[in-house]
Every structure is written in structure tokens, then in C-alpha cells.
Design a binder for this molecule. Structure first.
Ligand code: ADP
Length: 419
């Protein structure tokens, strides 16, 4: 393994990977469609092409010793010949097979007996009109009084979709592939909304799950190296606005038992998939204990705080693993951290110069501005990480609330867009 790695993708995750690679003296080359994409500015070189362009990935492979991905919505079948030709993907394509689709993720979790929300596929509730047996036919006048007059049969109409036993509204509908930041998730509150969904989407590509009344959303970034060593970052609390991550508090106010359970889940998953690289797990925590919401085979928004707060950031860790280095220390070097996403909130194209300046002036804080060309509302334009000093969970929560208010005074939330 050498000190030259490739990333398919050029967004903020690749940008932070490129920043980490620089710090480690490792070359990082990217494949991304636009030279204005965030990672293009920091990469050693850019293969300018759409992410699904295989000949471009081949060209990228010629420049590097191993390639990883910024995003999991991959066409693994198309990539397989490259792996057979000797291109090294980290994680391997086989390890990704159960992760590139939400439905396959749910099936994987069931196979491994790991807890996740109950679900069913949208397709499964679309019953075609039943083929009637002669015995099922309504009695005709002929049967009743022998008069021989024929009654017309009722037309065969599809039955309205019925929820499987044990399910009720509200439900959460999810696109099996391609969703992110709440795009591809919809709350379904009634039979009418269910029928509207069936009309609007391809049912073979959607699943529905129970709506979980969670008390907390938690997340864990874990990593595994080539030798099978596993380490986890601290469990964190994530807070969403309109189904998009708004802010993250590290470490989470969670019991040791919950943290241990989350780490066990991560270790089981990484070993079962023979996974090499950084992997993130989103959890719901509440009355039903810890449920796995989603797996992401990559660095994750819930782990951005590690840049300041941990001895090895999630990005430095991925760079180490892809370049064949042993794992770095995942422990925290701060008492706590608050990471706040900066989502575009203005409709006019603006560089937010005044707000950025004000954020940069906040004490014990570091602004990460991704430099995206399009700043449409709801888009992740940057994040800010604030150092927390409190050592107990209750005091940390109060300190985080105070610091969040400082950020909010400068940078408001975008208007809700929930459908
Ligand atoms: P995405 O892949 O777009 O990030 P997620 O599956 O992570 O979508 O869902 C986004 C958010 O929607 C979650 O963080 C959570 O707040 C909410 N959510 C998702 N699934 C459920 C569910 N089954 N019950 C309740 N809320 C949910």
C-alpha cells in the first residue's frame, strides 16, 4: 500500500478527507463532475467526470493504490469488473452489497438478529385482483330459483391496499436507494396518503416502517482495519430538523449499558461484513431500547465533531485505513463538542459573508465552510464545531443549549419543507 488514495465523489466528505490526507502527507485524488465541487480545491488531482462514469474510475485507479467512495448509492454490478481487473476498493464491493440499499440493510439486520424498526415493502401490500374460483362466485338467480336468468358478475377491481397485521398509521415511507437528508423519506398518516404514495412512486423501490416514538437519536462511527481490529468513536446524540441533521452533541447523555450495546452492534456488523473502513450507524433510543435506523458505509455528518474533539478524526481514520495504516486513537481530547450544520436558508444566491465572519468570531469554535457554488435553502453549506468544557451530562446539555443559541442568533434554521 502506498500513500496515494482515490475518492469517487467531490462533496464535503471528500473535501474533509482531502484535508486530512494533506495533514498526513498522503496524496488524495478525486473523481467528481465539477471543478467547483468542494473537494476539487484540495485534491492532488481531479478526474472530472460523473460519479457513475466507469472509465473515469479506471483512470482514477491508475493514479492511486486504493479507492473509496463518498456516497453509498453505487452500482456494484457495474463496478465489479474493475475489482476483478485488480482495482482495490476499500471497503470491498462485497462488503457493500448489503449496504447500498435500505431494503437490503433491513434484511441484513434481520439476518444478524440486530434490532431495527419493523418494516414491510410497499410492493407487498399491492394485491392484484384475486382469481376467483367457481365456488367463490356469488350465487346467480339460476342457483337460487332455477329461472336460468344470468346476473352480470361484479367487475374485478384491485382491493384497497391493506396494512400487514400489527402495523398502523403513522408510518415512515422510505425510498430504498438514493435518499439522503430526508429526501426519500415521507411520513404516511392515513390510508389516503398511502394510496397517494402508491400512485406517485415505483412501489418496488419503497419500504414502509413503523413510526418510532424515540426519546433520543444516537449515532456511532466505527472503524475496522485490514487486520480486523475494531474501534469506535464515542456515542453521540443527533438532533434533526425537518429530517435533516441539525446538530450533534458529543458525547451523548447515554448510559454505559446503551453505549456498550451500540459498540457491540458495530463490532458484530463490521465482522459479519468483513468490512474495512469507517462505517456509521444511526440509532433510535426509547422504550423499545436501541433500534438501528440506518447504516452508512463511510464517514458521516454525526462524526464531523471528531476533527476537533478526537485524537484521530473520522477522516484521518479513513485515510489511514485506505492507505493501509493501522487504526489511530479514537478517544476524545475534549470534554465535549457541539457540531451545528449550516443549512442554506436564503433563497437569493449569497455568499453569507457577514454570517461567516460572525461565526468565525465565536470563541472556542471552528467554522468549516464547504465553498459550494449553489447555496439553495436546505443545502449543507458548512458546519461549526464548538468546544464544550462541562464534564457532567446535565451541565454539558445546558452549555450546548447556550452555545447553540449563539449560533442560531447568527445563522437561523431554514423554513420547514416537510411534504
Ligand atoms: P436519510 O437517509 O434521508 O437521512 P433517515 O432514514 O435517516 O433518512 O431518516 C431521516 C430522519 O427521519 C431520521 O433521523 C428520523 O428523525 C426520522 N425517521 C426516520 N425513520 C423513522 C421512523 N421509522 N420513525 C420515526 N422517525 C423516523
Amino acid at each position: 500500500m502506498g500513500g496515494t488514495i482515490g475518492v469517487v465523489g467531490g462533496g464535503q466528505l471528500a473535501w474533509m478527507l482531502a484535508e486530512a490526507a494533506r495533514g498526513q502527507g498522503i496524496e488524495l485524488h478525486v473523481q467528481t463532475p465539477e471543478l467547483s465541487d468542494p473537494a476539487a480545491r484540495l485534491a492532488t488531482s481531479v478526474v472530472r467526470a460523473p460519479l457513475a462514469d466507469l472509465s473515469a474510475t479506471r483512470r482514477l485507479a491508475e493514479r492511486v493504490s486504493a479507492i473509496s467512495f463518498e456516497n453509498e448509492w453505487l452500482d456494484l454490478g457495474a463496478l465489479a469488473p474493475l475489482e476483478q481487473e485488480g482495482v482495490v476498493f476499500i471497503p470491498r464491493l462485497e462488503s457493500l452489497a448489503d449496504l447500498v440499499c435500505k431494503r437490503r440493510q433491513r434484511e441484513l439486520l434481520e439476518r444478524l438478529h440486530l434490532p431495527s424498526p419493523r418494516w414491510f415493502s410497499l410492493e407487498q401490500i399491492l394485491t392484484p385482483p384475486a382469481a376467483l374460483e367457481p365456488d367463490d362466485l356469488p350465487p346467480t338467480a339460476d342457483d337460487a330459483d332455477g329461472s336460468g336468468a344470468e346476473e352480470p358478475l361484479p367487475p374485478l377491481t384491485p382491493l384497497p391496499p391493506q396494512l400487514p397485521q400489527g402495523f398502523d398509521f403513522p408510518l415512515m415511507a422510505k425510498a430504498a436507494r438514493g435518499g439522503y437528508d430526508g429526501r426519500g423519506t415521507r411520513v404516511i398518516r392515513s390510508q389516503a396518503e398511502l394510496e397517494a404514495l402508491i400512485e406517485a412512486v415505483d412501489p418496488s423501490l419503497w419500504l414502509l416502517e413503523e413510526f418510532v416514538a424515540f426519546e433520543q437519536e444516537l449515532a456511532l462511527v466505527a472503524c475496522r482495519d485490514h487486520l480486523g481490529a475494531v474501534q469506535c468513536y464515542p456515542l453521540v446524540e443527533t438532533h434533526q430538523h425537518d429530517q435533516v441533521c441539525d446538530w450533534v452533541l458529543a458525547p451523548a447523555a447515554a448510559s454505559q449499558a446503551v453505549e456498550a450495546r451500540a459498540r457491540n452492534v458495530a463490532a458484530s456488523l463490521l465482522a459479519a461484513l468483513d468490512y474495512v473502513g469507517v462505517l456509521s450507524i444511526e440509532f433510535f433510543y426509547g422504550r423499545s431500547g436501541l433500534l438501528i435506523n440506518e447504516l452508512a458505509p463511510r464517514t458521516h455528518n454525526s462524526g464531523h465533531y471528531t476533527i476537533e474533539a478526537c485524537r484521530t478524526s473520522q477522516f484521518a481514520q479513513q485515510v489511514r485505513i485506505v492507505s493501509g495504516e493501522p487504526l489511530g486513537d479514537t478517544s476524545m481530547q475534549l470534554e465535549g463538542a457541539l457540531m451545528v450544520n449550516l443549512l442554506g436558508y436564503e433563497t437569493s444566491t449569497t455568499a453569507y459573508a457577514r454570517q461567516r465572519q460572525a461565526l468565525e468570531a465565536l470563541s472556542a469554535a471552528r467554522l468549516h465552510w464547504y465553498g459550494k457554488r449553489l447555496a439553495r435553502p436546505g443545502r449543507k453549506l458548512g458546519h461549526i464545531t464548538l468546544t464544550l468544557k462541562a464534564s457532567g451530562a446535565a451541565e454539558r446539555a445546558r452549555e450546548a443549549a447556550r452555545r447553540l443559541a449563539e449560533v442560531r442568533a447568527i445563522w437561523p434554521l431554514p423554513a420547514a419543507h416537510t411534504p
